[in-house]
Design a protein around this ligand. Sequence first.
Ligand code: 3EB
Length: 336
Amino acid sequence: MGNNRRQRVSDCLNSPFQVRYENAARLQTLLNEEGLLAVISFGQEHETKDARLVTVELPELGGNSTLEVWHTPCSPETGYVGEIRYSRTDTVLFGYIQFEVSRVPGMEQATYDAYRAILACQQHLGYPYLLRTWNYLSDIHREEDGLERYRAFCLGRHRILETTPDFERHLVAATAMGTRTSQVLIYFLAAHEPGFRLENPRQVSAFRYPSHYAPRSPSFSRATLKPWGAEAHLYISGTASIVGHETRHVDNPLAQLDETLNNLQSLADNARRLHGLAIQSLDELSLLKVYLRQGVEMAPIVQCLQRRLGGRVPALFLQGDVCRNDLLLEIEAFHA
Ligand code: 3EB
């Protein structure tokens, strides 16, 4: 192998991808770039079809049109395994599945089948460890057969993941968010080696929530810490105003924001304490994604975020249905 190729492979091992927000006007240019692992757009689906392009059908707030762009120093290969569309390098697998949920067999079984397809794809391609998942569910609060669709989703996800070896230890960071369109979208990252599961001392682990939240607990961890050579990524789950296992500050969005940031800080502290991650303060995060429930005003949230983080962290604002009815906002984050 030539020097260039060798250099690229080692870049690739040490830093498998970086994420940044870019303007949607750059989409065509980005799709022509060799090192594009994936690009997430928001709002309306694009005309352009590409294995690396996924659309999260949530309206972007604030008048911008933003893309979340995952760059790699490698050249991804794309393809299908079953119903999973994927893009991969030597080190990381990005994949997604999109489907309609019919009344029969319903959300629980559809979720089970989707995750079974994801696990099969991971096995087939040789990236057996999930690092993070994003789950966008249509009509998340609707009841079907006496069960809210989010809870049915939790049931299906638990039923398939509990069949995997040592499943609680390998739970990963996640987002679960309601959309107003008909399709469910799940996308994920996976790798050859597992990351470390991280929990938050201020919060009961979601997989230990009492059963009144869902017949099977939500199968995710508060964050995944993944070493990549000398670097590390921290993938932080959707985080909300929950202390212990209870929602705090019902009907008060600014207080919910404050509590959410306290949770994020506590998680970052844990990552530093347990794994030596170089993060002191939340203004060192690389990216934030803020989900606001319909009717929550954006401007005060932006101001308050600015006060606590100094406006240094790129943040994307989306409108979405947070999976507990009384949660008005949720924030996910990435640290590289
Ligand atoms: C919470 O902390 C808020 O079911 O995958 C956040 C992130 C939430 C992920 C999931 C749920 C999920 O319980 C809700």
